[in-house]
Design a protein around this ligand. Structure first.
Ligand code: LIP
Length: 270
């Protein structure tokens, strides 16, 4: 039988399930994070951390989603999968380097997409107990409180986040950083793209840009940006879902200036 598009009741069921599973994953993450001696650290590549916690959390999330929604497909950062028409896209621990170094800035990120349109996003930091969630057409909430982007309209009053990874040359990152600073914004780098995007949706950060990021790091947050009136570039253009793309999200009042400063084209992705 062909895959049927999920109706609103199916989306509501998936939202509830994703929230419950994210909390279960958060309990496991918190336990593993606090047991510092047990953390075994390895590297998938330069500055690309992996801990046994990433694998354990993805096993939990994947198992529960496949049990609840066997008709859906699943793609996880650690075990891969397929990007079908009805798919869960999961990063079990976004901010793995922080997790490995006992820095409490990381989260589980669970997104659900239909025909490559992100419909549900759940991002949970179990250390700060911050639970970000959104379902398309139903708003975005942090611990039950409605979120909205900041109303900043001047880059000289903005604080933004610039994501980094060795997936693009350091010179390109440094050049973007200089243009953003020359435009008057201050910036930080938190090490979790998912939390970086969620913070823009919540108005505590005014924009987030990264020269290359993967879908599992940002898809959940893109639903939140959509639901809070934020601006997002066309991250899913081309094969963004499977191969990643440059990402830019921003409060609407600085979106045009931030696009110009970062050089990340709103429509066409490099
Ligand atoms: C991280 C991303 C972040 C990027 C880091 C890393 P991970 O994901 O969320 O945007 O800058 O290099 O890729 O590896 O912690 O799941």
């Amino acid at each position: 039988m062909g895959r049927t598009m999920t109706d609103s009741s199916g989306l509501a069921r998936r939202h509830l399930a994703a929230a419950a599973i994210a909390r279960q994953a958060g309990d496991l993450m918190r336990r593993l994070f606090l047991d510092r001696d047990a953390i075994q650290l390895s590297f998938k590549g330069p500055q690309d951390y992996l801990t046994q916690a990433d694998a354990a959390v993805e096993r939990l999330v994947r198992g529960r989603l496949e049990e609840a929604f066997p008709e859906d497909q699943f793609y996880g950062e650690e075990t891969g999968g397929a990007f079908g028409q009805s798919v869960w896209v999961v990063d079990p621990i976004d901010g793995t380097a922080n997790f490995a170094r006992a820095i409490p800035h990381f989260c589980v990120s669970i997104a659900y997409a239909q025909a490559h349109v992100p419909m549900i996003g759940v991002i949970y930091n179990p250390i700060t107990e911050e639970f970000f969630e959104a379902r398309r057409g139903h708003g975005a909430h942090l611990n039950g409180r409605r979120m909205k982007c900041s109303d900043v309209s001047d880059l000289k009053r903005a604080q933004v986040e610039l994501g980094w990874s060795p997936r693009r040359p350091a010179a390109a990152y440094v050049a973007m950083m200089k243009r953003v600073l020359d435009a008057g914004a201050s910036f930080r780098r938190g090490g979790s793209g998912a939390l970086g995007v969620a913070y823009v949706a919540d108005g505590r950060s005014d924009a987030y840009a990264e020269l290359h990021i993967n879908s599992w790091d940002c898809l959940a947050g893109l639903v939140m940006i959509e639901e809070t009136g934020g601006f997002a570039n066309d991250f899913l253009a081309g094969d963004g879902m499977a191969k990643g793309n440059p990402l830019l999200v921003a409060a609407p009042g600085i979106a045009e200036a931030f696009v110009a400063a970062t050089g990340i084209d709103a429509k066409v992705n490099a």
